[in-house]
Design a binder for this molecule. Structure first.
Ligand code: ADP
Ligand code: MG
Length: 139
C-alpha cells in the first residue's frame, strides 16, 4: 500500500467545543504525519466552492452555512493508505451508524455536525489538499 496524502478538517462544531487538541492527538496516535495545518474561518463562498460536488443535494445550503459558522482546522495528513485509514478513524458520516471508538461516534453532534472531514479518493484528496495548501507547504 502506497504512502498517500489526504485532507482532514476539524469542523466548527468541534472547534467550538474545544476538542481540536483531542482530535489532533488521535491523528498522531494513528501514526499520520501532519504535513501542514492551519486554523481559519471559511467564508460562505469558500465553503460553497469546497463542497461544490454536493451543490444539488438538499443538505448543501445548511452544510455550507455550518462550515462557515466558526473556525475550522485544516490538515494535510500523510501515511500509508492515508485516505482509507483516515475515513476509518472518522467513522460513518452519520454518527448513529459510526463504529465504536471512531471520532464521529465519540464526538459528532449529528449527521451534519459530525466534527471531521476526510477526502474520499486519491483524486479528491489531491484537489482538496491543493484547495488549502501549496505544494511547498505540504512538502
Ligand atoms: P463524508 O463527510 O462522510 O464524506 P458526504 O461527503 O456524503 O460525507 O457529506 C459531506 C458532509 O455533508 C457530511 O460530512 C455531513 O456534514 C453533511 N451531510 C451529509 N449528508 C447529510 C444529510 N443527509 N443531512 C445533513 N447533512 C449531511
Ligand atoms: Mg465526502
Amino acid at each position: 500500500m502506497a504512502v498517500q496524502k489526504t485532507l482532514a478538517i476539524i469542523k466548527p462544531d468541534a472547534t467550538a467545543r474545544n476538542i481540536t487538541g483531542k482530535i489532533i492527538s488521535r491523528i498522531e496516535e494513528e501514526e499520520f504525519t501532519i504535513k501542514a495545518m492551519k486554523r481559519l474561518h471559511l467564508t460562505l463562498a469558500d465553503a460553497q466552492r469546497f463542497y461544490a460536488v454536493h451543490k444539488e443535494r438538499p443538505f448543501y445550503k445548511d452544510l455550507t452555512a455550518f462550515m462557515c459558522s466558526g473556525p475550522v482546522v485544516v490538515l494535510c495528513l500523510e501515511r500509508e493508505d492515508a485516505i482509507a485509514k483516515w475515513r476509518e478513524v472518522m467513522g460513518a458520516t452519520n454518527p448513529a451508524n459510526a463504529a465504536e471508538g471512531t471520532l464521529r461516534k465519540l464526538h459528532a453532534v449529528d449527521l451534519e455536525k459530525n466534527s471531521v472531514h476526510g477526502s474520499d479518493a486519491p483524486e479528491t484528496a489531491a484537489v482538496e489538499t491543493a484547495f488549502f495548501f501549496s505544494g511547498l507547504e505540504m512538502a
